[in-house]
Ligand binder design. Structure first.
Ligand code: MOS
Length: 753
């Protein structure tokens, strides 16, 4: 009965379906890249640099090669030649690569050799025998220094300086002013599945099993590097154990491809956890200065958000942390400025909500400080400065249900009972309790994508899209869109994704994958249905004869008249009468530049946090998080909640746990493993609630989807920091917040007052 009801209503989108790949995963049948072992396969292991800058002067290649089981050692001396310089970035989405082109070292953890052996153990032991010697040069891994420069652009082409209105005049005229500096640490990618590859050459044909968030862009980069055709590169990436941006770019896995070429056999290369802390990009550290001014009654007059960040010495990526300030709060004068320094580290890059995550911590903390300065409740202050149009651009929002997010989140959390002053609440054990709020935001983006849809005479459908499931649920959500576009029950739909031989459905990044691949799928399905409709309405034997294109809809495997669902016929009958095995549709999607000119398009949310702080020991725990998010149309509420939870947990990590510690003498990451690089474990994760606030967006794309992958991390860490202040009266501006910060701040304010 449920089945019938569902097809009658004609929509699987909006339903909380469980993952189509769920059983495969929990039974261990889902095959990840490193699960593949083609016949004759060898194992490759990286040797990485222990210095951050200088030269490798010696590698004991003879000792490694003499080790039993070792087949070959790849170094700059014998590495197969490439058709393109690894530092050539002419292919879109390229970063400079370290592929053993020279003996130069430009960051700690850089690959300096690859040992290839019959077994993983032999390759690992061989790599240890290389015993490299170096000529080390002085390094710099800190944001301190006098040589900052203004980057040419931040993020993906955003201007580094933006002045709107007279900020200095606004600050000078303000009654309330705050100025504060917030620091966020470098963070390294730690997806559960490290980067890996199984590479096999057959002449100029290259076969790869590798996790990627961008099948087509990976093909393009590899084609350029190896001087072969994109269509000769076959990538299988059906399951990805987390990406978060680190698997968008072609990275050190290329060394596995080179190794396979060198030895003429298939090769598997999987990075060890420690090796994730160098060549696969990271979130750059930031030091952000916020200056805010407000009127007596709490109206913002000016905001200046200045960011100092870092990039590598040899490449360009600039964390766009101030972008959130263009969007979130109304003020007559807003400026965002950026500067950067060059560090002896790998090039930073995309890491879940790159820019928005770090930037919203500073902005949301500063807004909280300003609210306190004005003597206002932080929610009331945010509503007082609510942006009805996008402040800097002046554009209307395509939709914006942030007010509803505040209201629904506050009601659920119980915000109304919050005392204004800090250090007012204790729990039954005497722990200090604090409540904080952070606003979440992330742009609604679209990339280019294509898809193919087929209706078959047996009443089933097929949709093909080279889409990527990183664990977010693309196998399920995109199949729901596909099923609806073809008027089929999801169980009657075969969905193919995750391989490079399918139509390129666009990168899985920027929280835009469901919107992009989904829109392409929708268009492909519509075209298949339109073709079927043409067959039916032109055929006098069909009950739909003469109904015309507009008058027909696809439901439950049938075409029916729009005005009378009882008059119609099954897809299978139409195809059979026409003597066709199937009809096909193709679709594509892309961002519409006219839309972006007309509207500001963003998802929004509000995150409410409760923390408890031990007044004697300074121990902090997040005990409760309520996030309310509005992100347009929701295809699968179960999966979307899961995305929000994941983002919010990363917010907890940002606030309280996660940071890479670099040794200023050697430039090495001192905590390059999951024992010392802290991420939340189950015991650190509080009670989580994610409220899906209703929002209809008629502009953003045909499906009305804004994307949900990244917004959960924005807002959350700021909310937690604000809750820590509310619990203790101590304002912490260094992240992650540590016990010693609380103690130092408490000590400092005791001495001052
Ligand atoms: Mo995301 S950082 O675009 O995977």
């Amino acid at each position: 009965m449920a089945e019938i009801a569902r097809t009658r209503h004609g929509s699987s989108a909006g339903q909380p379906l469980t993952r189509r790949d769920g059983v495969l995963k929990v039974t261990g049948q889902a095959r990840y890249a490193a699960d593949n072992h083609p016949p004759g396969m060898l194992h490759a292991v990286l040797a990485i640099s222990r210095i951050a800058r200088g030269r490798v002067t010696f590698l004991d290649v003879e000792a490694a090669r003499a080790h039993p089981g070792v087949v070959e050692v790849m170094t700059p001396a014998n590495r197969p030649s490439l058709a393109q310089d690894p530092d050539d970035k002419s292919v879109p989405f390229s970063f400079c690569l370290d592929l053993l082109q020279t003996d130069r070292v430009r960051y700690a953890g850089q690959p300096i050799a690859v040992v290839i052996a019959e077994t993983l153990e032999a390759a690992t032991e061989g790599a240890a025998l290389l015993a490299p010697r170096y000529e080390a040069e002085p390094v710099r891994v800190s944001l301190d220094g006098e040589d900052a420069f203004v980057p040419p652009a931040v993020g993906v082409g955003a201007p580094a300086e933006m002045w709107h209105g007279d900020v200095e005049a606004g600050l000078a005229a303000a009654v309330w002013r705050i100025e504060a500096i917030y620091e966020t640490p470098p963070q390294f990618h730690n997806a559960m599945e490290p980067h890996g590859i199984v590479a096999a050459w057959d002449g100029d044909q290259l076969s790869l099993d590798m996790p990627t968030q961008g099948l087509a862009i990976t093909q393009m980069r590899l084609a350029a590097l190896f001087g072969i055709r994109t269509e000769d590169i076959h990538i299988r990436s059906p399951f990805i154990g987390g990406g978060f941006g680190s698997k968008l770019l072609t990275g050190p896995q290329v060394l596995g491809v080179l190794a396979a070429r060198l030895v003429g056999r298939p090769v598997k290369l999987v990075l060890r956890r420690e090796q994730m802390y160098g060549p696969v990009s990271h979130r750059a550290p930031t030091r952000q200065r916020l200056r805010l001014g407000a009127t007596q009654d709490g109206a913002l007059m000016a905001i200046h958000h200045h960011v100092r960040t870092a990039t590598s010495r040899f490449d360009e990526f600039f964390e766009p942390s101030a972008g959130v300030t263009h969007t979130l709060y109304a003020a007559p004068a807003i400026a965002t400025t950026n500067e950067a320094v060059r560090l002896d580290m790998g090039t930073p890059g995309f890491m879940r909500a790159p820019g928005e995550a770090s930037g919203s911590i500073a902005l949301e903390s500063a807004i909280d400080e300003m609210a306190a300065a004005c003597g206002m409740d932080p929610l009331e202050f945010r509503l007082r400065n609510y942006a009805e149009v996008e402040p800097v651009s002046g554009k209307p929002f395509s939709s914006k249900a942030l007010r509803e997010c505040y209201a629904e989140g506050a009601a659920r959390f119980g915000w109304a009972g919050r005392p204004l002053a800090p250090r007012q609440m204790r729990d039954e054990n005497g722990l200090l309790v604090g409540w904080g709020l952070g606003t979440a935001t992330f742009p609604a983006l679209m990339f280019q994508g294509q898809a193919r849809a087929v209706l078959r005479r047996d009443g089933t459908g097929l949709v093909e899209a080279g889409a990527h499931d990183m664990g977010q649920g693309a196998w399920t959500a995109l199949a729901q869109i596909a099923a609806d576009s073809l008027g089929l029950d999801p169980e009657r739909l075969e969905f193919r994704a995750g391989t490079s031989d399918l139509p390129d459905a666009g990168i899985a990044g920027g929280s835009a994958h469901t919107a992009t691949a989904g829109s392409a799928i929708q268009a492909a399905g519509e075209q298949a249905i339109a073709r079927l409709t043409e067959l039916a309405v032109a055929d006098p034997r069909s009950p739909l004869f003469g109904a015309g294109n507009i008058g027909v809809v696809a439901r439950g495997g049938r075409l029916v008249r729009w005005d009378d669902e009882n008059r119609g016929e099954a897809f299978a009958d139409i195809l059979a009468r026409a003597g066709l095995a199937e009809v096909e549709g193709r679709g594509s999607a892309a961002a519409d530049p006219l839309l972006a000119e007309r509207y500001a398009m963003h998802a929004h949310g509000a995150v409410f946090a409760e923390v408890k702080v031990d007044p004697d020991l300074g121990q902090i725990r997040t005990t409760r998080l309520v996030g309310a998010f509005a992100a347009g149309r929701i295809i699968n509420p179960r999966l979307v909640r899961s995305q929000y939870y994941g983002g919010m947990i990363w917010g907890v990590s940002f606030a309280l746990h996660e940071r890479a510690v670099l040794d200023p003498r050697t430039g090495r990451v001192m905590n390059a493993d999951l024992a010392e690089y802290h991420v939340p474990v189950n015991a650190d994760v509080p009670s989580l609630e994610a409220i899906l606030v209703e929002e209809e967006d008629l502009h953003v794309n045909t499906l009305g989807i804004k994307g949900v992958g990244e917004i959960g991390i924005t807002g959350t860490a700021g909310a937690i920091a604000n809750a820590v202040w509310h619990a203790t009266g101590i304002r912490t501006r260094h992240f992650p917040i540590a016990i010693e910060h609380l103690i130092h701040e408490a000590e400092a304010s005791r001495q001052a007052g």
